[in-house]
Every structure is written in C-alpha cells, then in structure tokens.
Write a protein that binds this ligand. Structure first.
Ligand SMILES: Cc1ncc(COP(=O)(O)O)c(C=O)c1O
Length: 360
C-alpha cells in the first residue's frame, strides 16, 4: 500500500470499526476534551448557508484567524488549507532543497520527495531536543527548513533564543522556515509560538490548524501565515477555488472565540500529561519516557519490540502508535496520546498487566 496511507496514527478503521470493534485510540493526538460545543453552533449557522458557494475569499474566516492571533496582518497574509497537511505540502512545493528534522511528521518527507526536493536530515539529540548547530550547518546547502513547534513524535518546542541565529541567517540569505505549529496551543504559552515574529521575518511561513487542539481531524482546516505575500500567492495559485467547505469556514470563528474550551483544554491536558508521564515512568517496560510540551509522549521500550506491545494492546482494545517507521527511530519506540483519566487508567492497567506477564 502507498506509504502515505500506512504511516500515520489514528487508523481506528483497519483493526477497529471495519471489524466491528471500538478501540481506545492512543495513536492519534487529539484534545482529550473532544469536540467543543461551540462547534455545533457554527454548524447550525453553516447549515443555513450550504445551498450557496462559500465566500471565495473566505473573508470572515480569515478575520477570525487574525483576531485569534492578535497580530496586524491582512487577509492576503493567510491561505487556508484542507488541514495543515495541505498548506504544508504547498509550502514545501516552493523549495528545491530542504532540511528535514528526523524524527518528524512523515508527511514532510513524503511531500519533499513528491516534488523532487533534495533533502538534508538534521537528527535530534539523544534527549530528543533540536541540534541547532547542525540545523544551521544543513541550511547552508538548502533553500529552507520545515520544523515542528512542537515536534511530532516527541513534543519538544523550539528554543526561540537558540533559534534566533537560524532565523536571522535565513532572513539574510532568503531561505524559508516553515514552522509547523499544529500542536502549539498545547505548549501552554503564546510565547512558544513564532506568531509574533511573522511580521518581522519574511522567511517565516507559519502553519496552524484546528485539527489537534479543537479535536476536529474530520473537519480538515488549517492555515499558513506569512508576511511574504508573494510566496503565499504562489501557494494560492496551486489551490482549487472553494477548497474549504462551509462547515469548516463558518464554524472556525465559534471555535477560536471559545475561551472557556481553550483554557480548560490547556489545564486538563497539563494535568493528565504529568499524571501519565509519572505513571509510565514507574513501569519497567519503558526505558525512557521523554519530556513533552504537547498532548503525546514518546516512549523508548526496554527490551520490548513495538509489534508485541502493539498486538497485546490491540487485544485489550487499545490502539498505540508504533514508531519504527519514523526516520531516526526504530522498533523500540512507541508514542502515546494524552487522554482522559478514565482512559489513562485503562491504558496503565493494560501496560502493568503486560509488565507482569513478561516477568513470569
Ligand atoms: C506535526 C503535524 N503537523 C501536521 C499534521 C496534519 O494536520 P492536519 O490533520 O490538520 O492536516 C499532523 C498530523 O498528525 C502532525 O502530526
């Protein structure tokens, strides 16, 4: 099967729904609070509009984005995509060579290969932090870089102070920095984001989406922001008109104004992430559970192969993310989402059970 179709988490279909089973999905990283009620208010408004084409310029949708980010840009500084994946792909398509972090979200490499880019890899350090010196070095022979903030699969943010040199280097040398902030809200502080730097650095293309934080992977809405309108025009030229449906376009403003959901999500995720990290670290199946600033945890297994644990978990109704197909990782890594306390207890019970079986 095509690599794009097999290299992601969130496949609750193959071993689950298509076989009549409901799985607890620890393989995709979606806000544990689930879809906010405000979304359904948006859907009500959208329902009255679906007998019309969406606004081809998506003006109210873009205005909601500008208000949410609290920056002084205009609508032409934004393009909307069918999820972050579409705008990431389009941004990558404008380059001839790229630095990709390893491990990172597999679509970066898939897009780069699709457009025939020359690729240089910058591997994370052993503690899964970025190697800033190596990134700068790799960028000398690349047109640009794509970098997660935070990165998937480990959840580390970019250290903005250390990244400054790279940012300035790219700005002076007209290279592009595509920062994927699909998970950035989980980091808990706006200061982690590069949103305020967008105005001052033409080299930045910032990618955001409602997918993760607003628990709406099925709605498919993401956006790219840049002060370089020329590059955004190039991306726009490759898009189809009305690429965003009315449900997504209209509901966005309801989501982005839902302060109660936004704040509650942050607190709940932080509490559950700490709980899960602490409990996982007590289980001998794990050699290391890496620090994360997001809603997922990368875990290195201790003498356990991912496939064995994957199958055991599946038999217990839990889907986990094997990480052997990430460049830079091997089959001794798994990734777990941060979910509700109730689900986390089920996950931990399953893991402790497996730990006991292996001891016998
Ligand atoms: C780091 C990262 N960026 C982007 C995406 C794609 O997001 P979307 O579903 O909005 O296309 C994912 C999906 O898993 C991801 O992990």
């Amino acid at each position: 099967m095509n690599k794009t179709l097999t290299s992601h988490g969130g496949d609750i279909y193959t071993e689950g729904l298509l076989k009549g089973k409901e799985l607890i999905d620890y393989s995709s990283n979606i806000n544990l609070l689930g879809v906010p009620n405000s979304f359904y208010e948006g859907i009500k408004e959208a329902t009255n509009l679906i007998n019309h084409y969406p606004d081809i310029q998506y003006r109210t949708t873009k205005e909601a984005i500008i208000k949410y980010h609290k920056i002084s840009i205009d609508n032409d500084n934004i393009i909307l995509g069918n999820g972050a994946a579409e705008v990431l792909d389009l941004a990558i398509s404008t380059l001839r060579s790229i630095c990709i972090i390893a491990p990172s979200f597999s679509e970066y490499e898939i897009s780069a290969k699709k457009y025939g880019l020359e690729i240089k890899y910058s591997y994370l350090n052993n503690d899964m932090t970025y190697s800033y010196e190596d990134i700068l070095d790799k960028l000398k022979s690349c047109d640009g870089i794509i970098i997660g903030n935070p990165n998937n699969p480990n959840g580390c943010n970019i250290d903005k102070d250390r990244f400054k040199k790279i940012l300035n280097y790219c700005e002076v040398n007209e290279k592009k920095i595509i920062v994927d902030e699909a998970f950035v809200e989980f980091s808990g502080d706006k200061a982690y984001s590069f949103i305020d730097e967008v105005i001052n650095y033409k080299s930045l293309i910032l990618i955001r989406a409602i997918t993760k934080y607003f628990a709406l992977p099925g709605i498919r809405l993401g956006w790219a922001i840049s002060s370089d309108k020329e590059i955004l025009n190039k991306l726009r030229e490759k898009q189809l008109p009305w690429n965003i449906n009315t449900f997504a376009a209209v509901s966005l403003k309801y989501l982005l104004e839902d302060r109660e959901y936004i704040e509650k999500s942050l607190n709940v995720n932080m509490v559950e992430r700490e709980f899960l990290i602490n409990e996982l670290r007590k289980i001998s199946l794990f050699n290391r559970v890496f620090e994360s600033n997001s809603n997922f945890l990368l875990c290195k297994l201790n003498n356990v192969v991912e496939q064995e644990l994957f199958e055991f978990a599946l038999n217990s109704g839990i889907l986990i993310r094997k990480c052997g197909n990430y460049r830079g990782l091997d089959n001794s890594f798994i990734r777990l989402a941060v979910k509700s306390r109730e689900n986390n207890e089920v996950l931990l019970d399953m893991l402790r059970h497996y730990e006991n079986i292996r001891r016998i």
